[in-house]
Design a protein. Structure first.
Lengths: 179, 275
């Protein structure tokens, strides 16, 4: 099904927020670390990283994770990545329909699912090819407050030159990069 | 055979009967056993897998439900604990071998699954119960079993603040201590022992045993949340239903076999991972 869908080119700056305490004192944090931990668009063992398209969405995602903890008001660190990637755009209803997904599938619970969800299966398919390097998807955190916003899941094995992901540092040399 | 001992060394050999209809009764041949009946839909809510689980597989139209339960149990079962899934296929002697294979396939060990083509299942359950009793008496259920895998690596493993937060859970020698973890989680050492399939006596004797370290690793990883909250805030978070866990309380998943899910959630919280 992926063959029938055109890749959309994304050349932009993506954002992520991390609790300050989680990075403080790290000798050399790897901003593109992947553990193969499952997430909405990848099942266990599929290596990818997640970013938000805009700072306000990254903050929303961060605060949603912190819900119920006083930490939501504690300092956090923002880091950004310059990217040039061919993406599968799930904010396009035609793409969702072509993949035989329903809009509800994009927000379905996944953490306790006993089998891969529709979105995780899609991520597995993306990780096995290189025409798409990432999935652009509607943010569940934004939806939870009745807003719009997007996240990007980037698949390490699918990022091939000239596509790139570069974590912005204080010099022109990125702090981390793919490929 | 006489009714078998229900409890050995503080451990319970619970028997669960999973069935489609909530009001269905276990076969009469189990009358001597204390059996808890649970509808299929309730299987996911089980905090822990019973040593013996019987799946009512008499209605062939429920094949997909049996498969779902087999996958769920395979995922939740722990290699160092005694679990048997008994598929009661009475009346379904002609089950397609491919379907039978798909019921066993999710399990790492095929001896975790038994089939019964007869409603007279009492003898089979007695046999399984006897094995459980012998192993429990010899403390073999977990003693000779391979250790569980350690939690997945995390981007936070090398962070100073994280390492510092777990120091209070370790002995002077650097090993995780069951005593300290039980205290932080606000549970008794007996309960922690029960959760990870050890006897209270063994755990109290050597709370930092090598054989416990992988088990305790999951508890340490979840406790990393204390880098952004107090011990009290952490205990409260453990006991509040969490929307990201389908409304389950993190502590209930730690008690059962879904610890890695809570570990992953804490990683996502600390790293702000969008979902």
């Amino acid at each position: 099904m992926l063959q029938r869908i055109d890749a959309r080119s994304v050349d932009s700056q993506l954002t992520r927020c991390v609790a300050r305490a989680a990075l403080e004192g790290h000798p050399s944090p790897n901003f593109l670390y992947t553990s193969g931990k499952p997430n909405r668009y990848n099942s266990a063992g599929v290596q990818c990283v997640y970013f938000a398209e805009k700072l306000e969405i990254a903050v929303l995602e961060y605060e949603r994770q912190m819900a119920g903890l006083p930490a939501a008001r504690q300092p956090f660190i923002v880091f950004r990545a310059n990217v040039g990637l061919p993406v599968l755009d799930l904010t396009d209803p035609a793409t969702v329909s072509a993949l035989a997904l329903s809009p509800q599938d994009l927000y379905a619970p996944w953490r306790r699912s006993t089998k891969p969800t529709q979105t995780q299966l899609l991520g597995e398919a993306i990780a096995r090819q290189t025409r798409f390097a990432a999935i652009r998807y509607p943010s569940a955190a934004a939806k939870s407050i009745g807003s719009d916003g997007c996240g990007i899941a980037i698949f390490q094995n699918s990022v091939r030159s000239p596509s790139f992901v570069r974590i912005i540092g204080s010099t022109p040399t990125p702090l981390a990069e793919w490929p | 055979m006489q009714v078998l001992e229900k409890t050995v060394q503080g451990q319970d050999c619970e028997i669960v009967f999973l069935t489609q209809a909530a009001n269905a009764k276990p076969p009469d041949s189990l009358i001597e056993h204390d059996v808890r009946t649970i509808p299929f839909a309730g299987a996911r809510q089980l905090r822990k897998i019973a040593p013996i689980t019987i799946v009512d597989a008499r209605d062939p139209h429920q094949l997909n439900a049996w498969k779902e339960i087999a996958r769920l149990f395979a995922r939740k079962s722990s290699p160092d604990q005694f679990h048997r899934l008994v598929l009661l296929l009475a009346g379904n002697r002609d089950i397609d071998p491919a379907d039978a294979r798909s019921l066993i396939a999710p399990f790492a060990r095929t001896d975790c699954v038994e089939f019964s083509f007869d409603d007279a299942i009492g003898g089979l359950i007695d046999s399984i119960h006897l094995k459980w009793r012998i192993l429990a008496h010899q403390d073999m259920i977990h003693a000779d079993a391979p250790r569980p895998a350690a939690p997945r690596p995390s981007p936070l493993d090398g962070v100073k603040a994280i390492i510092a937060s777990s120091r209070a859970l370790r002995t002077a020698g650097g090993k995780l201590s069951a005593d300290m973890i039980a205290k932080l989680y606000g549970i008794s050492i007996s309960k922690l022992a029960q959760w990870i399939g050890r006897s209270r006596q063994a755990m109290a004797k050597t709370p930092d045993a090598d054989s416990l370290q992988n088990h305790l690793g999951y508890f340490e990883r979840v406790a990393r949340l204390r880098t952004v909250t107090s011990d009290t805030g952490f205990r409260k978070w453990l006991r509040i239903p969490n929307a990201q866990l389908d409304g389950a309380r993190p502590l209930d998943l730690m008690a059962g076999d879904e610890r890695q899910i809570v570990v992953d959630l804490v990683d996502d919280i600390l790293t702000g991972s969008p979902t």
